[in-house]
Write a protein that binds this ligand. Structure first.
Ligand code: SIN
Length: 401
């Protein structure tokens, strides 16, 4: 992957539009899962347990779970495959990936690289085409032991229902609606940079990106001014062009959703500080970086995932109020807090009902840490040692002497 990084990145940008620099970053990120799990595979340990009687020995061993069916999303066409493939291979599983119909080519290239790297035929497989037909086969075929899915909560729920017939093992990385809390004692520069990275990363289409920002009143105006100044320098355009920060939105439906969230907020009293509009060029849809203030919880944007470059900012009075608003959602994937106060940071991080908390950090993901959500954001974790455990069965062997 690293040898072919430029080629993979160009293909990825051509397929889904994210800026080339982001695609290059994704190739590194994607390869890091293969590299890290190649090491971590050495640490699949069992254990011996002291028996309660003299004439027994008790062992716990780990075995590969079996054939894995992976259904992956278009927003990270390479990394969301390798975050599943790395631990599956390290555990000793075989793997069938169903890539999204928007980005099958990056996936095909990765599978070709698996072949070139010497992975035996049949260990890593790809099936592309009709999503519901392939999904149904993976979920009902008795040779498949596990389904791992990254995508929307809505689709995840359907897969869980369908897999129930054969009690399919499942890992689900589902939707999110990440809150970002900026307290009066935050370092404003750090908060602006962290939130820019979180919000506008990956062509603005990331499950863990900040969706709604709660800023304490003492710092609100300064934050909005500096954040708007920084966001206004972001360039929107063809992801293959030099200097572009935000590429096109994946499709017309994605664009219309973003615009409807902005229009809904404006109709309910939000003030547009930056952007607030998009444009269509030859069936390609772009949206300007947009900042809204004077937002409130009744607006759709404050509870539905926008998947676009829109940052709604709500003023809050206290830490308590910020935490309460932040937790008011069925999702629990990622949350962020910006504060320089150590006690407050710990307090807020512990009370946020989310699987991932970035404290003064807008991009917390890495191969060696667990990624996944609480509540309706999913089941299980990917990444880290937890991500390997997800592809292992635990077997207890009781030996009578
Ligand atoms: C995602 O958007 O699902 C993945 C984001 C990440 O790995 O940081």
């Amino acid at each position: 992957m690293m040898e072919k990084a430029d080629e993979i990145a160009e293909l990825m940008t051509s397929e889904m539009g994210k800026p080339l620099v982001e695609s290059k970053g994704e190739v590194q990120y994607a390869a890091s899962f293969i590299k890290w799990y190649a090491e971590e595979g050495k640490r699949v340990y069992g254990r011996t347990i002291p028996a309660h009687v003299d004439n027994k020995r008790m062992l716990v061993t780990k075995q590969p779970i079996g054939v894995v069916g992976a259904i992956t999303p278009w927003n990270f066409p390479a990394a969301m495959i390798t975050r599943k493939l790395g631990p599956a291979l390290a555990a000793g599983c075989t793997f069938i990936v169903k890539p999204p119909n928007q980005t099958p080519l990056t996936a095909i290239m990765l599978i070709e690289l698996c072949e070139q790297a010497g992975i035996p035929k049949g260990v890593v497989n790809l099936v592309s085409g009709n999503s519901s037909e392939i999904g149904e086969e993976l979920l009902t075929n008795s040779h498949v032991s596990k389904i791992t899915f990254t995508g929307s909560t809505e689709v995840g729920r359907e897969l869980i229902k369908e897999g129930a017939s054969q009690v399919m093992k499942m890992s689900m990385e589902l939707g999110g609606h990440a809150p970002i809390i900026v307290m009066d004692d935050a370092d404003v520069e750090k908060a602006v940079n962290g939130i820019l990275a979180s919000k506008f990363r990956n062509g603005v289409q990331t499950c863990i990106c900040g969706n709604r920002i709660y800023v304490q009143e003492g710092i609100h105006d300064e934050f909005v001014e500096k954040f708007a100044a920084a966001a206004s320098s972001l360039k929107v355009g063809n992801g293959l062009d030099e200097g572009i920060n935000i590429g096109p939105i994946i499709d017309k439906a994605g664009y219309e959703k973003i615009d409807s969230h902005v229009q809904n907020a404006v109709s309910k009293g939000a003030k547009v500080v930056l952007g607030g509009y998009g444009k269509a060029e030859n069936h390609t849809y772009f949206y300007e970086p947009t900042i809204l203030t004077d937002v409130h919880p009744d607006m759709v944007i404050m509870h539905e995932e926008t998947f676009g470059p829109v940052a709604p900012i709500q003023k809050v009075k206290t830490e308590e109020e910020a935490i309460e608003f932040a937790n008011q959602t069925e999702y629990g994937l990622a949350a962020y807090v910006f504060t320089e106060n150590y006690s407050r940071g710990i307090r807020i991080a512990e009370r946020l009902n989310y699987g991932i908390v970035g404290w003064n950090d807008g991009v917390p993901s890495a191969a060696q840490v667990p990624f996944g959500g609480m509540k309706q954001s999913g089941i299980g974790r990917e990444g880290g040692s937890e991500g390997l455990e997800a592809y292992l069965e635990t077997k207890y062997i009781s030996i009578g002497l």
